[in-house]
Design a protein around this ligand. Structure first.
Ligand code: M6R
Length: 616
């Protein structure tokens, strides 16, 4: 959840690290810091708050060194203080360390180090790890052909239980960095006479497109001239250099006020990119090159089990609805964090699917590993190319929506809905769906970008509604069938970025409890699309109105509501069932966004959150 950046080259490291940290800030923004090798010691600056605070402090520090490491923190162990910010130094001042993850046995290591005279300035597990490196280093002797620095990091990591992505420097080796990972992402950038390290490619792409994705239990030793990778068990690893396709402009804000706004408005293009080249020549089904699921293997599968977290979990629920409806296959949806410990009995004929925008969410990664350990085939739907989940799965589909920087997921979510609809089509056509129904379904999916564009045209109208409703303290989001998960997503969006309490419920379930909340003070955002449920939805709305609840209704153009029933009306264009969840999501994204803006919230970096959750 923290951001890591490292640099070795000929340029001033601090400027490059600070730029990288700015780009990584969405991974954690409690505090930030950097350390640079400077005349045999570390130039160190760290500060509570945003990277801009750090930039101001660093400007005063005259950091001229060309090797350095930097970090943005999402606090786990220890409060948000300058002392707890990274990098941490060992008590002898020889080592500087940044860390993403959690060292679970840090208390016992700390006790041991205290007996050896090491001292601690912070409450963090990271400082403990840093001192353990110093301890091993002090015990090591220099040996021809081996790096004492590397050996002491390796020995330290053999004792560390938990997860880590680390980068460390030693004052005795002024142009070297040793970095390693287990459970937290780490990428090496191979530039022109320079090397970079980062927990996320967006921090690298302004300097290089060539990257090496480190695997768990790998250590990279970087010097000014080259790098070598080995495992914790000292086996050499031949590096594979991949090329990143994301462009640096993709992570820039451009003329938008917030990344969330930019990403909401990017959705038509994002949906086009998600679909591109993925329909069969006869336009009757979807094509997924990377799924690695040949038809004869698909025939052995009779149920699908999805695991995900947060918005991606909502996307799984919509996909469940569509697969069951069109492909007539039973689908189960689990929270990744529950699945990994629940030990559910599942038939051998189950196919697993993990959905994750970042591809690094630790709970989803653990669910993937658990399913694989039990011998199931695991496929994924991931946005970030080369991410750990994508690499460890047996196959999958990439979302191709470019970097999503806003902490609240928007374009990645609708792209997951689209891929879910495409999967439903693909499975349905392998089973009973006819050619002509397939053609009609494909035509409908292709309309999605245009339909979303139409909803986006209503942004000014939705902004007005947001102004009128921003002061309410509680909201209900109500929908049925495939729009129940969209109601959950609407409630999550509002909670995350505006800090207003909101709950999503199946509309008809409301009368079994949540109706007690209805009053003039608790508005309901109500999805009432055209279709066979419309009259039942209208009845549920009447029940709200009878209790003086205010209603923001999201209704298909051409559907008539009884006069006075809705206090606010947002129209969505008529569309196919498979596209409806995508089209219906956009108004609630806009509503939440504009409410948060109205309340002057920090939309892209809401309190307590971070973009990808790489700790348990
Ligand atoms: O990267 P992932 O899709 O695995 O992330 C899952 C959730 O952490 C994520 O969707 C989170 O709920 C977002 N903040 C939602 O806006």
């Amino acid at each position: 959840m923290c951001g890591i950046v490292g640099y070795i080259g000929k340029q001033k490291a601090s400027a490059i690290i600070l730029e990288g940290l700015k780009r990584l800030e969405y991974r954690g923004y409690d505090s930030a810091g950097l350390a640079v090798q400077q005349n045999g010691r570390f130039g160190l600056v760290k500060k509570v708050g945003r990277v801009d605070n750090l930039i101001a402090q660093a400007a005063k520090a005259r950091l001229t060194g060309t090797t350095g490491i930097g970090h943005t923190r999402w606090a786990t162990h220890g409060g948000v203080t300058d002392a707890n910010a990274h990098p941490h130094l060992s008590s002898d001042g020889k080592f500087a360390l940044i860390h993403n993850g959690v060292i679970e046995n840090y208390v016992s290591i700390k006790k041991f180090l205290l007996t050896k005279g090491y001292t601690f300035q912070s409450e963090t597990d990271t400082e403990v790890l840093c001192n353990l490196i110093a301890y091993h280093y002090a015990k090591e002797t220099e040996e021809e052909g081996t790096s004492r620095f590397l050996t002491s990091v390796r020995k330290t990591l053999h004792h560390a239980e938990g997860t880590y992505g680390i980068a460390t420097m030693c004052t005795d080796c002024p142009a070297e960095i040793v970095a390693a990972r287990k459970g937290s992402p780490l990428i090496l950038g191979v530039g022109d006479n320079e090397y970079l390290l980062a927990s996320d490619v967006s921090a690298l792409i302004s300097r290089t497109q060539n990257v090496v994705y480190l695997k768990d239990r790998e250590i990279v030793h970087i010097t000014a001239r080259n790098f070598s990778i080995s495992t914790l068990d000292q086996e050499d690893v031949a590096p594979v250099i991949d090329t990143v396709t994301w462009r640096v402009e993709d992570s820039d804000l451009g003329s938008s006020a917030h990344f969330m706004e930019k990403e909401i408005f990017e959705q038509p293009a994002a949906l086009e990119n998600t679909m591109r080249g993925r329909f069969s020549e006869d336009q009757s089904t979807a094509n997924f090159g990377g799924l690695n699921l040949p038809p004869f293997e698909f025939r052995q599968i009779d149920r699908i089990h999805f695991c995900a977290c947060g918005s991606a979990w909502h996307a799984c629920l919509v996909t469940e609805h569509l697969i069951e409806r069109f492909a007539r296959m039973p689908v189960e949806v689990d929270y990744s964090s529950e699945f990994r410990y629940r030990n559910s009995p599942l038939p051998a004929s189950t196919l697993f699917f993990i959905i994750s925008q970042s591809g690094e969410t630790i709970d989803s990664l653990a669910a993937l590993r658990e399913a694989k350990r039990k011998g199931y085939k695991v496929l994924t739907m991931v946005n970030v190319v080369g991410s750990t989940i994508a690499r460890e799965a047996d196959g999958g589909v990439y979302q191709h929506v470019g970097p999503e920087i806003g902490v609240a997921s928007t374009k990645a979510f609708t792209s997951q809905l689209l891929l879910g609809a495409m999967l439903a089509l693909y499975f349905a056509r392998m089973r009973d769906m006819s050619y002509s129904d397939g053609v009609e379904y494909v035509q409908a999916l292709k309309m999605a970008p245009e339909l979303v564009r139409k909803v986006l045209e209503q942004a000014p109208h939705i902004r007005e509604i947001a102004r009128r409703y921003a002061h309410y303290k509680d909201f209900l989001f109500l929908g049925r069938l495939s729009l129940f998960p969209v109601a959950l997503e609407g409630a999550l969006k509002l909670k995350e970025i505006s800090y207003i309490h909101a709950e999503g419920y199946p509309a008809a379930e409301m009368k079994h409890g949540p109706i007690a909340l209805i009053s003039e003070q608790c508005p309901s955002v109500f999805f009432a699309p055209a279709g066979e449920m419309f009259s039942k939805l209208v009845s549920s709305m009447q029940e709200i109105k009878a209790r003086r609840g205010r209603i923001i209704a999201i209704v298909t153009e051409g559907c008539e509501l009884p006069p006075g029933l809705a206090d606010e009306l947002i129209l969505i264009p008529p569309c196919h069932e498979a596209v409806l969840p995508i089209v219906a999501t956009v108004p609630v994204q806009l509503l939440s966004y504009y409410i948060a803006v109205e309340l002057c919230r920090d939309v892209d970096k809401p309190r307590n959150l971070a973009k990808s959750v790489t700790v348990e």
